[in-house]
Every structure is written in C-alpha cells, then in structure tokens.
Design a protein around this ligand. Sequence first.
Ligand code: PLP
Length: 382
Amino acid sequence: MNEFDNVVERRGTLSTKWSKYQDPDVLPFWVADMDFQAPEFIRDALRKRLDHGIFGYSETPQALIDAVILWLADEFDWSVSPEWLVWLPGVVPGLNLACRAVGAPGDCVMINVPVYYPFLAVPGNGGRTAIEVPLTLENGRWVMDFPAMTAALRNRTRLFMLCNPQNPTGRIYERGELVALAKFCERHDLMICSDEIHCDLRLDARPHIPIASLSADIAARTITLMAPTKTYNTPGLACGFAVIPDAALRRRFCDARAGLLPGIGLLAYTAALAAYEDPSDWLDRLRAYLRGNRDVLEACVAELPGVSMTHVEGTYLGWIDIRELKLDNAMRHFEAHGLGLSDGTQFRGPGFVRFNFGCPRATLDEGLRRFRRAVLAAGSAR
Ligand SMILES: Cc1ncc(COP(=O)(O)O)c(C=O)c1O
C-alpha cells in the first residue's frame, strides 16, 4: 500500500481543518494542510527530543543553517550566505515584517489577486495602502498583467508582494515572467517580498526559480520567505526563514521584529532540521502522489458542466471557477453536499472555490463524488 493512502483520523485532534465543521458529514478540503503524516524521520527526531524531556529556549542549530544552504543550492541553484538568513516562527509574520521594513506608513504596496488572503491584510497592518491588481487568464494560464500593474502604480508605491508558487491559482512563474517582473520592479524602484513557501511542491517538470536568484541587483531588493512546513506537512510546528542579502534591509527587517515575535520552538527547529536533512525520497513520492491527485481532480472538473479550472503546476490547491453555476451562497451549497471548501471571495476571487487535494486518494474520491453531485444539483436547479 502507498503510505499516502493511509487515512488517519484527525477529528478530535485539535486540527483547525477538521474542527471547522460541526457536522461530521462535511469533509474538509479547505485550509492548506495535508491529511498525511509527516515522514518517519521527522517523527523519530521529535521522539528523541521528547525523550530528552527538557523544553527550554532554543538556539538555531548550525546544522539547520548548513542544511538550508545546501537545499537552496541543490534545489534551486541558488547560492545563499548564512548571514542572509533570518529565522521566523512562520511565514505570515515574515510578510508583515517585510512590509514594515520597506518605506514608511502611508506608502503603497502592490499585490496581484487572487492571493492567499493574509497578504491582503499586510499593508493595512503596517499603515500602508494595498494596490490590488488582478491576474488575468491568458491561454488557460493565470498571468501577471503588466499594463494594468503599470497603470495602477501610485506615487508612493514601494513594495511588490509576490506569491510564487501562487496560492490559490497553482501557477509557478517561468523565468521570462520573473524577469519581466524584476524589470518592472527595477524600473519603478519597488522592493520585492516573495513568499515561496510552496517552492518544493512542484508537480510537473517545471522548475521553481526564486526571483532573488535572477541577479545580484534583484537579490538586493528582495526578501524571500520559505519554510519546510508545507512541504513536510508540519505547519503546526511553525518555523520558516527569510533570505535577505542586503544588510541594511535585513537590519530593518530584524528591527521590525524586535520584541514582537516569539523565538522558534525547540520542536519546530527539530522538525525543520530533520526535514532539510531528509535522507530519503519521501518528497519525490509525495510529489508523485499529489500529481496523481491533481490529475484526478482536473479530470473530474473537466467533465462537469458549469465549472472549470486551470492546470495546477505547484501546491496542492485547485482554483475552480464556479461562476456559471450562479449559486447565491456557494459555501452553503457545497456544505449541504458534505464539502468544506475555501471561498474564493476571501482571496479576492468571487465565484471561485479553492480545493485542497492534499489527502489520501480515498478521501479525494469521496470529496469528488460529493463535488459532482453538488455541481449537477446546482445545474439542474437553474
Ligand atoms: C502562500 C502562503 N504563505 C504562507 C502560508 C502560511 O505560512 P505560516 O503558517 O508559516 O505562517 C501559507 C499557508 O497556507 C501560504 O499558502
């Protein structure tokens, strides 16, 4: 049996994903965590730590720094110096710190939408104004709309917040697109905050390219955020990092953090270290399994009337267009059919739902049976 086929009961385990619906008949496919156990080598490392029995304050392990530097070189051909790394108890705090490290209150921050919804709150949290520019569909792919981005620029626009691989559309931007964005940011003197937390979840042969790896100039204006937590399904063991090559920018980022964030927990460091020292082919097997799930989801959506989706290149999230179903309350409709999805409105994508396919195939198959019934019922009610 494939290890990812193993269905582990998560109800009653303090899981955000599984606690949301009081109705036990609703299967959750919303928040971005997967229903897979973390690999055995991470659980072993955690067990060892637990057996030590003392859970004091912790230091960043040198082995973790070494492992991350190797990972970035091996996976992305990206050469990073140890002093560029700033450790964080999560990527969302990093988004907020990046915004405060650039410019001043009253400035503007550009964001493409739809996007992972915490992005939308970041400018306001830092006293900045968000400029939201929609991605557009071109030949069945979500792409950046540079004419619209240029037209939307305002005087005090200082920061561009990038999400790549893109949540919720599942796009992995190609080199040409990133080069165009880099030029746009250089031309208009924008700094870049690039959330690349899904960088390891590439489902096709297409590589992930950190935008900061394009050139030294781009690196100097970029804060890149990454973490092992999506990849190895350990988001409850919050640990991530920023890569900030420019010393002055790094100082501002660290100053913004001062006194506000907790340190990274011992167990979180332990899991992160075990993840980046992964001695196995677990990640390849995960990607193969997710690819299979993605294909099943895309095939299901393709054969249903009134719904469509674009190809998911990375992440385990499908972005499904349900506008033609003309549902008054889409979430309630899907819940009534036993499905808990993410509402696209949250991401600035009204008329879309996000479907998390990071689960055992049997769970996905049941979810898709329900999805089919819900879509057909909506169609026949029209
Ligand atoms: C693009 C993106 N960034 C950040 C996060 C969350 O990161 P963290 O839990 O480390 O704050 C998510 C989780 O879904 C995400 O999709």
